[in-house]
Structures are given as C-alpha cells and as structure tokens.
Design a protein around this ligand. Structure first.
Ligand code: PLP
Ligand code: ZN
Length: 404
C-alpha cells in the first residue's frame, strides 16, 4: 500500500465548532446538521518546496494529493480529471481590454467540472468501505457519479428532475447507474430522494452533505493559482452559482495556499445566477447571512436551478470575504453568450458556463469589475448536450406566451 501523503486531519463544522474523525463515512455534522469541511495539517508541508515539486507531477487533480482526503494511492479512482486549459478571450466583449480568460472544464471526463468532486468523493467513499451510493442531481453530477461508480465497482442510484436534458439521462444509464426521474426542481427531487433512501444504507453524495466533493472542487482554485502563477492571480473570478460548491471550494483552496505562503491575496469571487433563480445574489444584495428559498424558479441552465442551496452561509462567506459580489443574467443573454463563445472563440459552453460571459456585462457596467482588471470566467461544462437553436426557440415561445 502506498501512502498518498494526504495531510487530512479532521472534519470541522463551522457552525457549532464540532470536530469529527474522518476515518469512517460521514455526511453532515452529527451535532447540528451543517456542512463539514476537511482540515489538513498544513504545518507539515513546506509550501515553497511543494510548489516547486508540482511541475513534475501527473497532469490531473491528483497532483495536489497532499491537500486531498484520499490516504492510499490504491484507493484513487481516476479518469484523468482536472488540469483543464485556461484560454484567452480577446476582443470578445465591448471595449474588452486585457486579461479576459476562461478556464474550460468542458473537456473533463463526463463533460463537466462535476468530475472533480465525484472523483475525489467516490475514491474516498470506497476507501472507507462504501459499496452503494445515491445522488439527486440536475444532470452533470449524476453522469459524473455514474462514471466514477462504474470504475470503482460501487453501486450508484441517480435521482434526476424529469426536465433534465435527455443526453444526461442517457449518459447515467450508459454507465450502468440506476436512474429515477422525479417531478420538480432539484430541491423537491433531493427531498424525495433522501426520503426514499431512508435506511437503504446507500451513501448520500449530495453536494456539501458529504465533505469530500468540495475537496475535489477545491482543485479549481489550486489549478488557477498554479496555472496563472501566484504573483499573477486574476483580480476576479466569475462563477456560475447553483449549489455553490465551486465557490466554497475555490475560496478554501486560496485560503490553504495562503496559509502555505504560496499566494498572498485571494481573487474576488463573483456569483452569477439567472434572474429566474438567484437566491445567492439576492442574499448578497440584502446583506443576509443565509439564502431564502426562491419562489417559482426557472432558467435554461439546469445546474443553476437551485432555489435553496444547502450551506448557503458558506457560499455567502466565500463571496463576501473575498470582497466579490453577484450579478443576475437573463436566459436570453445566457443563450446569446453560448452562441458568441462557440462562434467567436471555439468554446462549447454549457448554459451555466456561458452565464459567466453574460454576467461580465452587468459587473463591468456597475464597475464591480474594471476594464483594466484581469478576469477569469469559469466554464463548468460542455455545451454539447444542449441545442442552441432549441433553446432559442423555447425562449421565443415563452416570450410570445400570454402568461409572461
Ligand atoms: C455545468 C454546471 N455549472 C454549474 C453548476 C453549479 O455548481 P455549484 O454547485 O458549484 O454552484 C452545476 C451544477 O449542477 C453544473 O452542472
Ligand atoms: Zn455542527
């Protein structure tokens, strides 16, 4: 057995300060039900030497193994996820100047950034003896779990909203997962899934309801720091926010790198949400410490249809402590952005990822982000499961319908 060198120590609850032993499968805080986050013994790592060792390592997120929770090399379930490209976008927005970049996770295994969280969570779950898992998902997380569970030899049950794009439903089944389609948004589907699983014994891999998917998402921040170079970090990162795991993960990455003396400052994190479902942006504007459920949510971006994100306190904390903010965008501007990214830059962006491009305009208009700043947009998934003309037709039909 080969030790990965993981420096994992405890799982910590920020709400009630409980500390939990990470040596057995655990979901939320046993005391208060809030999210648990992993802690590492960073004092054991020489930041400068660690940073210098990175270029010779495997070109996947497992290059950061000391800061990941998996203890043994043999436990790692990998499809080569991570270390995605950062592309320059030039001349793409009015008066665009310098430093507009896009990190593209569309080419990751299973077509989205969800591969990051699931690779790490499935590896760790299997290491701890889990044999059966389930997840409620807007689509991408379900496809990612299906693939990693197949590779790990673990059973996966995926609960999807009926309106999930067909290619994602088919994708889960293609990997051999059990798929259940339920009415409503991810909120209703999640509640029904947890009720149905009851005492099934299957492990719940819902985002932030177990501590390790966010560790996988953390690698988005670790990669940005390594790929830009610690001295050249972007001023701002614009992120499409649904469950918010990505924001919590990236903020945690920058905090850990700061503790290791590798970065000095944390980029400002901006949450972009569709105007039909924007609980995080609303809470930011209201100065609230948690989100309140969004009524009648709707959007063309399935991954952003999250009316009541779990652990919203952590999401809001990440945005506020980084001195970032939020912006809402219309569905029409999301679909326009998909077209522009594809035709002008050759980037196939999911509606979620394209929302960041659309969000740049309001953020710049109100000078939250200045023209001369370096900005990184995060494309979280491939646009290939989506038809742009079909999205445009459905928006046009909604526009002309008397109800709206
Ligand atoms: C493509 C895509 N982008 C963004 C999100 C939202 O991610 P997060 O939970 O990190 O806010 C999702 C979630 O389903 C997604 O599938
Ligand atoms: Zn607690």
């Amino acid at each position: 057995m080969t030790d990965t060198g993981s420096l994992l120590t405890t799982l910590d609850c920020r709400a009630c300060c409980a500390q939990v032993d990470p040596g057995h499968p655990v979901g939320v805080c046993p005391n208060c039900g809030h999210a648990l986050l992993a802690s590492y013994d960073l004092g054991k790592l020489d930041g400068a030497r660690w940073k210098a060792s990175l270029p010779g390592r495997v070109a996947s997120l497992w290059r950061y193994r000391e800061l990941l929770p998996v203890g043994r090399e043999e436990s790692i379930v990998t499809l080569g996820e991570g270390f995605s490209p950062i592309l320059r976008l030039d001349g793409g927005v009015p008066a665009d100047g310098h430093g507009l970049w896009l990190k593209d996770d569309g080419g990751l295994p299973t077509g989205s950034f969800k591969a990051r969280g699931m690779a790490v969570a499935v590896s760790r779950a299997r290491e701890l003896g889990v044999r059966s898992t389930f997840v409620p998902s807007a689509g991408n997380a379900g496809v990612a779990l299906s693939a990693y569970a197949a590779r790990a030899g673990v059973h996966a049950r995926v609960y999807l909203p009926e309106r999930t794009p067909q290619p994602m439903k088919d994708g889960c089944r293609a990997y051999g997962a059990e798929v259940l389609e339920l009415p409503g948004t991810l909120r209703e589907v999640g509640t029904a899934a947890r009720a149905a699983e009851g005492r099934s014994g299957a492990f719940d891999l819902s985002t932030l309801r177990e501590p390790y998917r966010v560790e996988g998402k953390k690698t988005m921040g670790l990669e940005i720091a390594e790929q830009f170079g610690p001295g050249d970090l972007p001023d701002a990162i614009v992120y499409p926010t649904g469950g918010g795991t990505g924001l919590v993960g990236m903020f945690k990455a920058f905090q850990e790198l700061r503790a290791l003396g590798i970065v000095e400052r944390i980029p400002r994190l901006y949450a972009v949400q569709p105007d039909g479902c924007a609980p995080v942006v609303r809470a930011l504007e209201d100065g609230a410490s948690a989100t309140s459920p969004w009524e009648s949510p709707h959007t063309v971006a399935p991954g952003l249809l999250v009316p009541a994100p779990f652990a919203s306190e952590r999401i809001l904390e990440a945005v506020r402590e980084s001195r970032g903010g939020g912006a809402t965008v219309s569905d029409a501007s999301i679909v326009r952005a998909m077209r522009v990214l594809a035709t002008r830059f050759g980037v196939s962006a999911s509606p979620e990822g394209a929302a960041t491009y659309a969000g740049l305009e309001p953020l710049r208009a109100r000078r939250a982000i200045r023209e001369d700043e370096t900005v990184l947009l995060y494309n979280t998934g491939s646009g290939l499961p989506f038809s742009i003309p079909a999205l445009e037709r459905s928006l046009a039909a909604e526009e002309s319908s008397p109800q709206r």
